[in-house]
Each structure stands twice: as structure tokens, then as C-alpha cells.
Write a protein that binds this ligand. Structure first.
Ligand code: C2O
Ligand code: CU
Length: 515
């Protein structure tokens, strides 16, 4: 297809609106277009059903993976050619993991959302040398939730996660059937890992962040679901549970269905909401999770879309509309759902089960702290030296050494440093943390703890943001009530950071001890 015809097609799509079928076509890169006539089916990662005391092996490796119709290209995966298995653990069990590092570089594996002590958290201090094996035991003591795991080495998280070193982790308690929720993995309970990538001419994954990419976070022009471009999922014509995970390095997705159908949010990052929340659109920031129920009983195929939006990063520094990737305005399709009457629809009505989610106990807070997220700190600290020309804008790891004076980003005026504990809190207490983010919305994440949003952008949190969470997309200023139940000695602190991975790697991270 020539570019002229593509342009025409874009114009047609724009005229016919968001609901146009075949939107995925316009979002496919040239090399991937052969896949259109036979859209791939949604890959369903292997499910590892972890059992008490039985070891689970995970191998972190660089691989070759076929993303589209082209050849296999360099990627990364965990016991897989891209991403990793879905690991399902049970509340009350203790799971011994064996994490093998087959990369030729140091790594770590962080259990994002797992409420475990820092010794086994997998943050930057839990390094696994090349060829080594890390054997943390995870005692699962938390409510059901959709979590994930991803690599988290100091200063190199963005690249490793981008290449594919991540996977989904589910905490279950065996009571979902009683709750009336879909429970058949791969049929009406689907992992949906959302990402965006840039691909080169020959389908190779591109990760070469320039200065603007670091400022905005590295964003792609091609959407992936579970590692596939524009896949199709055959689903039963009833309620289907989608476990949405934004595993993109930087991009917020503004999700909706092509026919604007309503759907129901039943869980946020750290567990169930008090009751299903009906919405027609849902913003999911990097590292956030939502479980939604979608009713496919009308038998109509429908596409899951994200609206295109640009990240402004402050006055005078807005990204050009259309961006560097030639985005059209409007929407881009992640995937398509096709109801299939051969599949048994087990759940045909919206579950009425409620979860216990008490209102945030603000009086329990023993301290209040403020964290100012600064994404352009280095502009003052390092000046513009070395960043002016196009050469200076290209960088591998950063403007300066991690933690050094050239670090451009930081919290409360300080760039991340491995050997500095920024905050010490007491175990089994709660604190109010105020996160200030003047330049742009940053997705702020806390390890080893979960929190409730008290306010964000001057408003009460929306219903779908009112449960327990571990990521908050800070709009100017957010207040959260954080509960610290797990220990982190000063030698092995927990992290708090922006989950735009380029920001994290460039210093927008701090450490706290729980004693
Ligand atoms: Cu998703 Cu510091 O982690
Ligand atoms: Cu950020």
C-alpha cells in the first residue's frame, strides 16, 4: 500500500470517526501489514499455577521474537521469547522462586504490587549477576490482585523492560467463583498486557531515547497486546474479565471500546473495589492495573481503543501535535474482541458481590511528608552543556552518571542515589504523602506498600481510583495515605519513584527504610 493511499485511508477514518472497523490497519507499521488479512489471535501467556513450597523457575533472557509478519528480532523474555508467563499465587502460600539471569548483564526482578519485605522485593539492591540465580521466598499475605513482575536494575530498567523483561502475576484466594466473577483463564479471564513500541524498517525493536524521549518518556507508535500487534480474541458472548496492565515505559492509555459500550471496573492496582464502577473510558497510567468486566452478550465484534494524547511537559515545551511518530489525531486500536457462540458464556450477569473497602483512615497517619517530583532539575544543575546539538541529544543511559551531578531528574532536589536512604518510616504505621508534580503528570509508585488516594489534582479520587493502589498518576498535587506493613532495613530500602521508566533511570526515584 502506498503512503498516498494510507493518507487517504486516514482521512476516511477521520471522517467516519473512531468506531470505524479496521482502525488497526492504520496503526500497523509497513512491515507488519501483511498480518492484516490474518490478524493474529491474542497470545495467552502460559499460566504457572504456583503451589505452596513448590519452586517456580523464571529465566530472564535475551531472545528473538516475531512481533508481526516479519522475521524474529532481538527482544527479551522471561522463560519465553517475549514477556513472561502469568504466575498465579494464592494468599496464604509461600512460593520459593528461582530466578535465573541468562542476560550478559546485571539485572533484578521486582514483584510489582506484591506486599513483601525488601529482602525479596527485587528492587535495585537485589542484584542478580549474569549467570547467577536468585532464590527469594515470597510469603503471600495479601488480598486478590492483578500484579506484575519486571526487571529493575539500577539505571537500566527502561531498556530491559522495553525489550520484554516483564510478566503478569495474579494473587488469588479461590473465592472468585463465589464472587460471581469469570475465572476461566484464557477464556473469560484474560491477561491484557498493553504496550507501545517503535519498530524499525525490518521490524526490529527500537530503543534509542533522545533528550525529548527522556523528558516525555519513550513512546511508541505501534500498540502491542501480550506482545502481538492488533490481535483478535474470541470470547464467550457473556461477561469477560480483562486484567489490564499498562506495561508501557511511559505512555498513558485512554481506553474505550469502538462502539462506546459501557464496561465495569471491579479492581484497581491492589485489589477489588467496593463495587463495580460503570465507565465508558478509563485512563491507565504506566504500571497501573485494572480488572474490568465487559459484556459481549450482544455478539458484536468490538475493538479496544486508546485515544491519542500528547504528554505536555510544561509551557514552551509541548510536544508537537502529531508528534515525532506521525500520529493521526483520533484513536488507535489495541485489539479486537469477537464473541464466539461456540464458547460457553459462564457469567451472564454483572456480579453483585461487594468487597470490603473501608474509607481511608486519615487519623491513623502518624506523619506527613511532601515529595516534589522534578523532571527538569538537571537543566539548572547541569546547564544546557552537552544537550544542545543533535549529537548531545542522543544518549545511552543518561546525561550524566546515575546519581552524579548531571542527573537531570530528582525528588525534593536530589537525584536517586543507591547509597542514600531518603526517608525512614515505622513499620505498621501509616503516613500522608503529598506528591507534587508541577511540570507534567508522573505515575508515582511505592514499593512494599499500598495506599489510598485522598485527593488528586484538587479533587477526590474517582470511584475507580478509590480502592487500594500502588501507583497514582499525579496531576499537579496528590495526597495519599500509605500503609507500611513490611520491613525494609536501611541497608535494603524500598523505592518510591516515577514509573515512567526513563524518568526512574534518570534519577526520579528515592529510597525509604521501614523500621
Ligand atoms: Cu514497577 Cu519500582 O517498580
Ligand atoms: Cu515521571
Amino acid at each position: 500500500m502506498s503512503d498516498e493511499r494510507l493518507l487517504t485511508r486516514r482521512q476516511v477514518l477521520r471522517l467516519s470517526g473512531v468506531a470505524a472497523a479496521g482502525l488497526a490497519l492504520s496503526s500497523l507499521p509497513r512491515w507488519g501489514r501483511g498480518a492484516v488479512s490474518s490478524a493474529p489471535s491474542l497470545p495467552i501467556p502460559t499460566l504457572i499455577e504456583a503451589r505452596n513450597d513448590e519452586p517456580v523457575n523464571l529465566a530472564m533472557q535475551y531472545t528473538r521474537h516475531r512481533f508481526g509478519a516479519g522475521a524474529a528480532v532481538a527482544a527479551g523474555g522471561i522463560s519465553s521469547s517475549y514477556l513472561g508467563p502469568v504466575v498465579r499465587v494464592r494468599s496464604g502460600d509461600t512460593i520459593p522462586f528461582r530466578v535465573e539471569n541468562h542476560l550478559a548483564e546485571e539485572t533484578t526482578l521486582h514483584w510489582h504490587g506484591m506486599l513483601v519485605p525488601s529482602q525479596v522485593d527485587g528492587g535495585p539492591h537485589n542484584t542478580i549477576e549474569p549467570g547467577a540465580v536468585w532464590t527469594p521466598e515470597l510469603a503471600v499475605k495479601q488480598a486478590p490482585a492483578t500484579n506484575w513482575y519486571h526487571s529493575h536494575p539500577h539505571g537500566r530498567t527502561a531498556r530491559q523492560v522495553y525489550l520484554g523483561l516483564a510478566g503478569m502475576m495474579i494473587v488469588a484466594d479461590g473465592a472468585d467463583r463465589d464472587r460471581g466473577l469469570p475465572v476461566t483463564y484464557g477464556v473469560d479471564d484474560l491477561p491484557i498486557v498493553l504496550q507501545d513500541k517503535r519498530f524499525g524498517r525490518n521490524g526490529e525493536l527500537i530503543y534509542q531515547p533522545n533528550m525529548m524521549d527522556v523528558m516525555h518518556g519513550f513512546q511508541g507508535n505501534t500498540l502491542l497486546v501480550n506482545g502481538a500487534i492488533g490481535p483478535v480474541a474470541n470470547v464467550p458472548a457473556g461477561f469477560v474479565r480483562l486484567r489490564l496492565l499498562n506495561a508501557a515505559n511511559a505512555r498513558n492509555f485512554d481506553l474505550r471500546f469502538s462502539d462506546q459500550r459501557p464496561f465495569f471496573v471491579v479492581a484497581g492496582d491492589s485489589g477489588f473495589l467496593a463495587e463495580p464502577v460503570e465507565v465508558r473510558s478509563l485512563v491507565i497510567a504506566p504500571a497501573e492495573r485494572y480488572e474490568i468486566l465487559v459484556n459481549f452478550s450482544d455478539g458484536q465484534p468490538v475493538e479496544l481503543l486508546t485515544m491519542l494524547q500528547t504528554h505536555g511537559i510544561g509551557p514552551g515545551m509541548m510536544m508537537q501535535r502529531g508528534g515525532p511518530f506521525g500520529f493521526a489525531s483520533g484513536a488507535q486500536a489495541f485489539m479486537r474482541f469477537k464473541p464466539d457462540s461456540n464458547l460457553k458464556a459462564t457469567i451472564t450477569r454483572l456480579p453483585q458481590a461487594r468487597a470490603q473497602v473501608a474509607p481511608p483512615d486519615i487519623k491513623s497517619a502518624v506523619a506527613q511528608r511532601t515529595f516534589v517530583l522534578e523532571s527538569m532539575m538537571g537543566m539548572h544543575m547541569a546547564g544546557m552543556g552537552g544537550m544542545g546539538g543533535p549529537r548531545g541529544m542522543m544518549m545511552g543511559r543518561g546525561f550524566g552518571r546515575s546519581g552524579g551531578p548531571g542527573q537531570m531528574m530528582g525528588i525534593n532536589g536530589r537525584a536517586f542515589a543507591m547509597d542514600r536512604v531518603d526517608v525512614t518510616v515505622n513499620q505498621k504505621t501509616a503516613e500522608i504523602w503529598e506528591i507534587v508534580s508541577p511540570m507534567m503528570p508522573h505515575p508515582f509508585h511505592v514499593h512494599g506498600a499500598s495506599f489510598r488516594i485522598l485527593s488528586n489534582g484538587g479533587r477526590m479520587p474517582s470511584a475507580e481510583q478509590s480502592g487500594w493502589k500502588d501507583v497514582v498518576l499525579v496531576e499537579q498535587r496528590a495526597a495519599i495515605l500509605v500503609r507500611f506493613d513490611h520491613a525494609a532495613p536501611p541497608k535494603m530500602p524500598f523505592m518510591f519513584h516515577c514509573h515512567i521508566l526513563e524518568h526512574e533511570d534518570h534519577g526520579l526515584m528515592g529510597q525509604f527504610a521501614v523500621v
